[in-house]
Ligand binder design. Structure first.
Ligand code: ZN
Length: 439
């Protein structure tokens, strides 16, 4: 494993748990599988019939072990999954049977709680640990495995599960049937000059005990595989450096200064509605639809001044958080987005602050240097149904990624090597900085 590759691998997709989690997840946590109403109906349970208190899902021995060992330590909703569930206990055999109990007060939802194996009922978390040991004995621990590999590009959701489960989820090939489960994929992706993530899983030992991963770079042709552990470890090291770098931006002060500037009051603070914080999955306006992707930053719209709520109006001045350089301005769905690069001493890349839904200064053309507190834009007028507001993102991008590639398509969806950071990380809420509103 050469160091350069591990660094590149380390810069992927932030805030998804890998950095703070050991490579082998904590099995003591209680995994549950939830069945949706649709799934219950799919098993042709007459709607009029009282839903049974318990359902049974028989699993074959080996694959069942692989599946149970791979359960991430949190709930999984298996919407649309196709598997056999019975109302009556299956005849005793050498299979593993997963028992789902109806969850009180949750309608027709069931949670997997117990595993029945050889006439023995074992709590799921205990059995999951047993299954993990079983698969490790047979298929090896998390170690790179020589041999032939199948390749696939995980979806965002799958990738997230892979990271959150320490990679063990790869034991179950969720996309084995997908067309992209193919070695040619890498050649194609490189040829197309795309950036992204490719996973590989050994074909000759299935269930696979591990995946390796590669970040594809648009500008580099050789393949650079990394073990998942080294990916996680480097990410952990890098994220510690991000913590230090982000604190040099003094975002808390900027929030206070901006609130003061907008309201002419010393005690003004921002109010973040549900949906406005980093990582939130819903819009905070209108019908609160789900966002297409989780929120990449924070939305500044409402202020609290002496207990009264005020709104950030179009035309309000937007200033740079810290010294840096305005490197790019581009259109977004309300106004324009201004990208400022800060040289914060992070190896191999830079921290950027991004100000969206704004009207940039007409008298300056990027690139140009800015000082902390210097005006770079104004809040743009409302458009497309979303009220005018300032969207603020903090991210890390590697220096090899051209600034021209930084836009909401690349920052946002799957697998470009940009790491989104929580702008409020390390900043305590307070009356004169920000509050998160719960509802
Ligand atoms: Zn936003």
């Amino acid at each position: 494993m050469f160091r350069r590759a591990s660094l590149l691998l380390a810069i992927l997709a932030g805030a998804h748990g890998c950095a703070s989690r050991p490579a082998t997840p904590d099995r003591a946590a209680s995994p549950r599988i939830l069945l949706s109403t649709t799934e219950i109906y799919a098993h042709k349970l007459p709607a009029a019939q009282t839903p049974p208190a318990r359902l049974y899902r028989p699993l074959p021995l080996n694959e069942g072990m692989g599946l149970l060992a791979s359960l991430p330590p949190r709930d999984i909703v298996v919407a649309g999954a196709k598997f056999e569930v019975t109302v009556d206990p299956p005849a005793a055999d050498d299979r593993i049977v997963l028992l789902y109990d109806r969850i009180d007060g949750a309608g027709l939802r069931y949670g997997a709680t117990v595993v029945r194996h050889r006439a023995r009922d074992v709590p799921l978390p205990v059995f999951a640990e047993e299954a993990r040991r079983w698969t490790e004995e047979r298929f090896g621990k998390h170690a790179p495995i020589p041999g032939s590999f199948a390749h696939f590009t995980p979806t965002w959701r799958e990738w997230r599960s892979l990271i959150e489960s320490g990679g063990i989820l790869a034991l179950v090939p969720p996309n084995r049937s997908r067309n992209d489960f193919d070695p040619k994929l890498i050649e194609q992706a490189h040829a197309a000059g795309k950036a992204g993530v490719v996973c590989r899983a050994p074909l000759d030992r299935w269930p696979a005990s591990f995946v390796q991963i590669e970040i594809l770079r648009a500008d580099v042709t050789p393949h650079a595989w990394s073990s998942f552990e080294s990916f996680c470890e480097t990410r952990r090291l890098l994220s510690a450096r991000f913590d230090a770098a982000i604190s040099t931006l003094r975002i808390g002060e900027w929030l206070r200064e901006t609130a003061r500037q907008v309201t002419a009051s010393d005690s003004a603070g921002w109010v973040l509605l549900p949906g406005a914080a980093f990582g939130d999955g819903r819009e905070w306006w209108g019908t609160r639809r789900p966002r297409l992707t989780v929120h990449e930053g924070i939305d500044l719209r409402f202020l609290s001044v002496g207990g009264e709520r005020k709104e950030l109006a179009a035309g309000a001045v937007v200033t740079a958080v810290a010294d840096g350089e305005v490197v790019r301005v581009f259109k977004d769905f309300i106004g324009q987005t201004v990208v400022v690069r800060h040289r914060t001493g992070v190896e191999g890349g830079s921290i950027y602050t991004v100000y969206a839904h704004a009207a940039p200064r007409p008298d300056r053309t990027a690139p140009y240097p800015v000082k902390r507190g210097e005006r770079i834009a104004e809040v743009a007028a409302s458009a497309t149904g979303a009220p005018s507001h300032l969207h603020f993102t903090v991210l890390y991008a590697p220096d090899w990624l051209p600034v021209s590639r930084l836009d909401w398509d690349t920052v946002n969806p799957n697998f470009v090597p940009v790491m989104l950071l929580d702008p409020l990380q390390g900043i305590a809420p307070g009356r004169d900085s920000y509050q998160k509103q719960e509802r």
